[in-house]
Design a protein around this ligand. Structure first.
Ligand SMILES: NC(=O)c1ccc[n+]([C@@H]2O[C@H](COP(=O)([O-])OP(=O)(O)OC[C@H]3O[C@@H](n4cnc5c(N)ncnc54)[C@H](O)[C@@H]3O)[C@@H](O)[C@H]2O)c1
Length: 433
């Protein structure tokens, strides 16, 4: 089976490479020529564990290639996947401009029956809009649009793609279902559940799943905030809650609020979609509001701990990416916190094992980029740990303290034990305990 993947970002590259690993012949295309040039040189434009080896292997075995010739790749392949970005627009809905650009390119190059598989996260109704758009441009066009949302997590994307919890295929075309089942046939062997449904349901599954996970995070963050007021320890609360099989322990970690390229924009998009249809999604609205407040609370914690005025204070920030094992900083709480610290007149020095290059694109010379965690501590009035990279889990506390002006440690991920931190001489504050 021959596949064209339009959009070679976090999802397109992993998916394209994963499908090649399943035995498909895949051409990954992107409109950013530099990205494709890097890939052709064997360089990986993103930080994603395990991806480089898998790309190398599949290129070497002749199943994976990269191109900027999008028209040719569309014409030469039976199945065209769409994995372009769908960021928030100004009103909080999903901006589908990249998707429709790619769809128009497909329409211009439709040279026979094709399956158009939408991997991008798109609002309910988009697959039908795509169908109407192509049919309106190409007379007698033969194609099917399949909604095939992706659930991989950055940081463990390769593993998630190769061993997913489920595969969702949304289409009413028997022919397209057969082709999609064929593509994912290696997953049948490992008994992966397949959910085959219509386009709208498949599109809704993705938003409902992401919004539910975001809701779990906002919920435990709210519980954490109440714990702070009543002297309870949110970690013990979350653990005991999670032991209940109906609840599960996952996504019950309090922190600085959710970020990343999916949860914030997808919760906003579902909220926006519901309101557009005349329904007020009160719970989803609260999930978003709690998250916004949580990020601000982290800044307030730092401010309080340095005496109420951030102006002129040196703040060391550990971690910039929205979670460990990625260089993705899209809507990272760390970016929000750094910006607020700067706005309040603080000097920021930051370190991240993978995301400093991305941070530099946002902050330029406005902050200092440290070479390691200890440099972050140099002369600092406070440290704020924003991302729980493994590298930050067992820092030499005495060395850290020795370099700081005042030993204040705000731990937004609750990596450290409050008692041990106090014994080590830190004024320590976590979240919810
Ligand atoms: N990142 C994740 O963890 C994740 C997980 C599941 C689903 N998703 C969804 O997958 C989609 C892609 O996300 P991403 O994180 O990979 O985005 P990304 O920004 O990393 O990649 C998108 C790529 O598409 C390219 N592109 C845009 N328009 C194009 C066009 N017309 N022709 C060719 N290339 C084009 C861009 O240059 C970019 O390289 C989004 O809808 C997202 O919500 C993301």
């Amino acid at each position: 089976m021959r596949i064209c993947m339009i959009g070679t970002g976090y999802v397109g590259l992993v998916t394209g490479c994963g499908l090649a690993e399943f035995g498909m012949k895949v051409t990954c295309v992107d409109k950013v020529t530099e990205k494709i040039a890097m890939l052709k040189r064997g360089e990986i434009p993103i930080y994603e564990p395990g991806l480089k080896d898998l790309v190398e292997k599949n290129v070497k075995e002749g199943r994976l290639s990269f191109s900027t010739d999008i028209p040719e790749a569309i014409r030469n392949n039976l199945v065209v996947f769409l994995a372009v970005g769908t960021p928030s627009d100004d009103g909080g809905g999903a901006d589908l401009r990249y998707l429709f650009d790619a769809v128009d390119e497909i329409a211009r190059n439709l040279n026979g029956y094709k399956v158009i598989a939408i991997k991008s996260t798109v609002p309910v109704g988009t697959a039908k809009r795509v169908s109407r758009r192509i049919a309106g441009r190409v007379e007698g066009a033969a194609f099917d649009v399949v909604s095939n949302p992706e659930f991989l997590r950055e940081g463990s994307a390769v593993e998630d793609f190769l061993h997913p919890d489920r595969v969702v295929i949304g289409t009413e075309s028997e022919q397209a279902i057969a082709i999609m089942k064929d593509i994912y046939s290696p997953l049948y062997l490992i008994e992966t559940p397949f959910v085959i449904t219509n386009n709208e349901t498949a599109e809704m599954i993705k938003y409902a799943a992401n919004t539910f996970l975001a809701a779990k995070i906002s919920y435990i963050n709210e519980v954490a905030n109440i714990c702070e007021l009543v002297g309870a320890d949110v970690h013990v609360v979350a653990r005991a809650m999670g032991l209940d099989g109906r609840i599960s322990r996952k996504f019950l970690h309090p922190g600085p609020g959710f970020g990343g390229s999916c949860f914030p924009k997808d919760t906003r998009a579902l909220y926006h979609l519901a309101r557009e249809k005349g329904y007020d999604p009160a719970l989803i609205g609260s999930v978003i509001r709690v998250n916004e407040n949580q990020k601000t609370r982290m800044v307030e914690k730092v401010k309080r701990r340095v005496g109420g005025d951030l102006s002129g204070k040196v703040i060391g920030v550990l971690g910039v990416s929205f979670k460990p094992n990625t260089d993705d900083i899209r809507e990272s709480p760390a970016i929000f916190v750094i910006q607020r610290l700067l706005d309040a007149g603080a000097k920021v020095q930051a370190f991240d094992p993978a995301a400093l290059g991305e941070a530099r694109k946002v902050f330029g010379d406005a902050i200092t980029y440290a070479a390691n965690a200890y440099e972050v501590a140099q002369g600092a009035d406070a440290i704020v740990l924003m991302t729980e990279w493994n590298q930050f889990r067992s820092l030499d506390l005495q060395e850290l303290k020795g370099r700081m002006k005042t030993p204040v440690f705000v731990d937004t991920r609750n990596v450290y034990d409050p008692r041990k931190m106090e014994q080590a001489g830190f004024a320590y504050e976590g979240v919810g305990r």
